[in-house]
Design a protein around this ligand. Structure first.
Ligand SMILES: *Cc1c(COP(=O)(O)O)cnc(C)c1O
Length: 495
């Protein structure tokens, strides 16, 4: 199978090349030239399989250069008992009669980024072998919290790689910071930048676009790469859990084969929900995808009006992984719904860069209307959803998951729709103890890891082991730098 760029559909590359490059040289994102369909009878077969077997089956449809044996090895290492605390990997839990939670946070960092970032290093190093790339890879990532830690865990001690994560000194939660600064591994580095997330992000982008530095590092045997969600190797593992959730609903007797379901997805960069779109296009019976936003509702407005406009205030919310104004993966949806028009897609992205705004064609709007609905939940509503999920159903959920559940509730109220629904649950509530305790009526007096025990007491739900273990771990990384010093820090790290 060949992959093409959203900004130049004539440039065809193999899957391994797409994964090694991450981003196409024209600035576009790689997508499969033709999306594979689930073969006749596939769901019947997949129902009988474990999560890891389902992952091999589905990923194989996209990666014909890889053998099933290779993919089996990757899934064993990515989703095995050393990293996931349940053999189900992505368990489906009932919330009420026709609503389930798809828990994607049973990996080492307790957020859904693990589903992809536990797999990406294996796909990347194998792809480096297949493309004959002679350089080792240095992953450089700016993070506002969850991505950095998940990337560190994924790449720690992976051969032929090093990873450096840069976080804003004053911009991540106490628990997120401790998760990163206690990271194990001989090939990792974590650095605080004095500034906010934008400063960290801008500094990293400058390093990536510095041809002199690239050349210097290449001369020393290093290629720079990023772990963010534009890489096809991060998107592909996410398609698996939509199909797996459908199989689990069937196995639980909640639906009949062929019956349609809804997914409600807490959305930031549009990666997670885009994987759901691809699952639908492969033939999964999905009635609708609900795109759920917090107060940063640029996507809600886009799905309702066809106008994407990032010229609006940025809000800091209690669901920080969705505090995003530019959703990079939306480009892949526009490309697909335009009938794979690279010039049209490039035009929208150009308008976004120049004016911060674009309006899509009637054709794209129609494509969005038949499959997507959207809604938003502000912080007060989110806290209320967390409180009710716990009081009425005994389920402790994090603020991101609560946004998706709140949007589903609104959708049902407005439309009377009773389709069985899956709420995609993207983080452990223990990553956000402060907000969850407040939702349950507490007034937290301490912060960080000290609240983990308190939330256990109040809720009676045990915290995930990796978070409970944080309190006793030595801090390995304490350095902070000014953003002007980051290039030098990268040089030093690569020796
Ligand atoms: C990253 C993240 C999201 C948003 O996912 P996208 O793929 O960026 O849309 C939602 N919830 C949590 C907890 C996350 O870490």
């Amino acid at each position: 199978m060949r992959y093409i760029s959203t900004r130049d559909a004539k440039a065809r590359v193999s899957a391994s090349t797409a994964i090694v490059r991450g981003l196409s040289t024209d600035g576009g994102l790689f997508v499969p030239e033709v999306l594979p369909r689930l073969p006749e009878g596939a769901i019947g077969e997949l129902r009988q399989m474990s999560y890891r077997q389902r992952a091999v089956y589905i990923m194989k449809l996209f990666l014909d250069e890889f053998t099933a044996g290779e993919l089996d090895g990757f899934t064993r290492r990515a989703y095995g008992p050393e990293s996931f605390d349940t053999p189900e990997t992505a368990p489906l839990r009932a919330l009420d009669a026709n609503t389930s939670l798809l828990e994607l946070w049973h990996g080492p960092t307790c957020a859904f980024k693990d589903m992809a970032l536990q797999m990406l290093p294996h796909l990347l190093t194998a792809s480096m072998g297949k493309t004959g790339s002679d350089k080792d890879v240095c992953i450089l990532t700016a993070t506002s919290g969850d991505t950095g830690k998940a990337a560190l865990e994924g790449f720690a001690d992976v051969e032929r790689t090093k990873i450096m994560v840069i976080y804003p000194r004053d911009g991540v939660s106490d628990i997120q910071k401790l998760q990163m600064t206690t990271q194990r591994g001989g090939n990792v580095n974590v650095l605080a930048v004095r500034g906010n997330f934008d400063d960290a992000q801008t500094a990293v982008k400058e390093i990536f676009s510095d041809p002199g530095l690239r050349e210097e590092l290449a001369g020393r045997g290093w290629a720079l790469s990023s772990a963010n969600s534009i890489n096809w190797g991060r998107l592909l593992p996410q398609i698996v859990y939509y199909i797996s959730a459908y199989c689990d609903l069937l196995n639980a007797g909640e639906i009949r084969e062929g019956e349609e379901v809804l997914f409600s997805v807490p959305t930031g960069n549009f990666g997670d929900i885009l994987a759901g779109y691809y699952a639908k296009k492969m033939g999964l019976p999905v009635k609708r995808l609900l795109c759920a936003s917090n107060e940063n509702d640029v996507l809600t407005d886009f799905i309702k009006t066809g106008v994407y406009d990032r010229n609006r205030p940025f809000h800091t919310t209690i669901s920080p992984s969705m505090d995003i104004l530019v959703s990079s993966n939306l480009e892949r949806l526009l490309f697909d719904l335009s009938g794979q028009s690279d010039t049209e897609t490039a035009g929208y992205m150009e308008a976004l860069r120049e004016t911060g705004r674009y309006q899509v064609s009637g054709k794209i709007r129609a494509g969005i209307d038949v499959l997507f609905s959207a809604g938003r939940c502000d912080d007060a509503e989110t806290l209320d959803v967390i409180r009710r999920a716990y009081r009425e159903h005994g389920r402790l959920i994090d603020p991101h998951t609560a946004v998706a559940l709140g949007v589903l509730e609104k959708f049902r109220r407005e439309t009377g729709d009773k389709t069985p629904a899956v709420v995609v649950s993207t983080a452990s509530p223990y990553k956000f103890c402060d907000s969850v305790l407040r939702a349950l009526g507490e007034t937290p007096e301490s912060s960080g890891v000290e609240l983990i025990g308190r939330l256990e007491e109040v809720s009676g739900v045990p915290a995930p082991a990796p978070l409970r273990a944080l309190a006793g771990k030595p801090v390995r990384f304490t350095a902070s730098r000014d953003k002007e010093e980051l290039t030098q820090a990268v040089r030093e790290f690569l020796g």
